[in-house]
Design a protein around this ligand. Structure first.
Ligand SMILES: [Zn+2]
Ligand SMILES: [Zn+2]
Length: 422
């Protein structure tokens, strides 16, 4: 460091500007860790910007020592100084309240280096070094207009607990920003909110469909368009709600793979397909692709059929109704495993599958919603599950800890308050 009459005697050659130091007050009463900064003007004392945000002027009575012991520094084989002789910081050891690059100054502090302000340290980036400036010496940028200021503050405030920081918080599943501790509880709240909405929607959808069917039993048709097999044929089956089979066939639209006696050509099904016109078509998962492919194949024989899945798909609504989560894996089950579990197809046999469609629609329309609550007092954990099977699975897995678990059922759409560990 340059010769300077005002440098306290305790600043030795092992301590350079921009380095982390520990200062001890004259009486030895208080100690602060911080970053050593140059004087504001020539002839003034050096300063230390402490981690608590205080600026200590080193008037010669304070003792200054490097934060890391000499032995520690010797052991660290990494480069300590850049070519300009400034100390190097890396992502993991940057004192981010005291030192910032030009970009960090703008984005985190809304400041820029003052005229003539020299960098005091260097920040290691993927290719070389970026100069680091003392935050307290940088100049404030003009205030943002109110709308942008609000957005600026919002991005630096945890949407759950209200904590603030200079850097942006990361976004949660709901698109709002949270501090580290709030991500998991916020994700849990979001997940249960989605499930409550999903169940209400599923119940309303099923009730409306059932009401429509009661008004006109012939209007609703259940349709199964099977997945194509290696022989390029697919099983197609349509039934009325009451179970009257409108048609059932193995359709092959490829001349190459057509098997005489086993397959039906799309042209032969034209009349049958016409009977679907004007009905609400209900499927398990909505194999729209195959329906459009069939329509295309039939187009040359019967013209445009204009069929749609206006009745909807029972499967996705059933997933919502079951409100099942993938297996819980600690420590962030909601943040990282928030996908709704897809309920298994009950059967690949068309009549059974269509019977299942009828069953789930009826169930969703007339049965009340229940939440299955599993509580572990020892873990202060109380988790609502959509199905008793899912609740049992978790309870079984958790009982391996030897904790006493209790079960309770709560009716209704509203999710019982979930107690999380945090
Ligand atoms: Zn928070
Ligand atoms: Zn427990």
């Amino acid at each position: 460091m340059p010769d300077n009459v005002n440098v306290p005697p305790s600043i030795t050659e092992s301590t350079a500007i921009g380095e982390r130091v520990v200062v001890t007050s004259p009486g030895g009463r208080s100690r602060h860790a911080g970053v050593l900064l140059p004087p504001v003007k020539d002839g003034e004392p050096h300063r230390v910007h402490t981690d608590k945000g205080r600026v200590v002027r080193l008037d010669g009575t304070w003792l200054v020592a490097p934060e890391r012991s000499a032995a520690d520094r010797r052991r660290d084989r990494r480069r300590r100084c850049c070519d300009a002789g400034r100390p190097i910081y890396r992502y993991e050891d940057l004192p981010s309240a005291q030192l910032a690059t030009r970009t960090m100054l703008r984005k985190q502090f809304r400041r820029r280096p003052a005229e003539g302000q020299d960098p005091v340290a260097s920040y290691m980036v993927h290719r070389g070094f970026a100069p680091l400036y003392a935050v307290i010496d940088a100049k404030r940028l003009p205030p943002l207009p109110p709308v942008r200021k609000a957005a600026w503050d919002r991005a630096r405030t945890c949407a759950r607990c209200g904590a603030t920081q200079a850097t942006l918080y990361t976004k949660g599943l709901d698109g709002r920003r949270y501090c580290e501790g709030c991500h998991e509880p916020a994700a849990a709240a979001w997940w249960y909110g989605e499930r409550a909405t999903g169940r209400t929607t599923a119940a309303a959808w099923a009730a409306e469909l059932l009401a429509d069917m009661r008004r006109d039993p012939d209007k609703v048709a259940l349709l199964y368009v099977g997945y194509p097999t290696s022989t390029m044929s697919q099983t197609v089956r349509a039934e009325t709600w009451k179970g009257e089979v409108l048609f059932s066939a193995r359709v092959c639209d490829s001349d190459t793979f057509y098997r005489e006696g086993q397959d039906t050509h799309p042209a032969e099904l034209a009349d049958a397909f016409r009977r679907l016109g004007g009905r609400r078509l209900l499927s398990w998962r909505g194999e729209e692709n195959w329906l459009s492919r069939l329509q295309e194949a039939m187009h040359e024989h019967v013209g445009d059929l204009d069929l749609t899945f206006a009745g909807g798909r029972a499967g996705p609504h059933w997933d919502e109704w079951q409100a099942e989560r993938p297996p819980l894996i600690e420590p962030h089950p909601f943040q990282y495993q928030h996908q709704l579990r897809r309920q298994e197809d009950p059967s690949c046999r068309p009549p059974e599958l269509l019977a299942h469609v009828r069953h789930v629609v009826t169930e969703m329309a007339i049965r009340a919603c229940h939440w299955h609550l599993v509580t572990c007092p020892e873990c202060e954990l109380s988790l609502p599950f959509g199905t008793s099977a899912a609740a049992d699975r978790w309870a079984k897995q958790h009982s391996e800890t030897g904790h006493t678990i209790s079960h309770r059922t709560e009716p209704g759409d509203i999710v019982p308050s979930a107690v999380n560990r945090r």
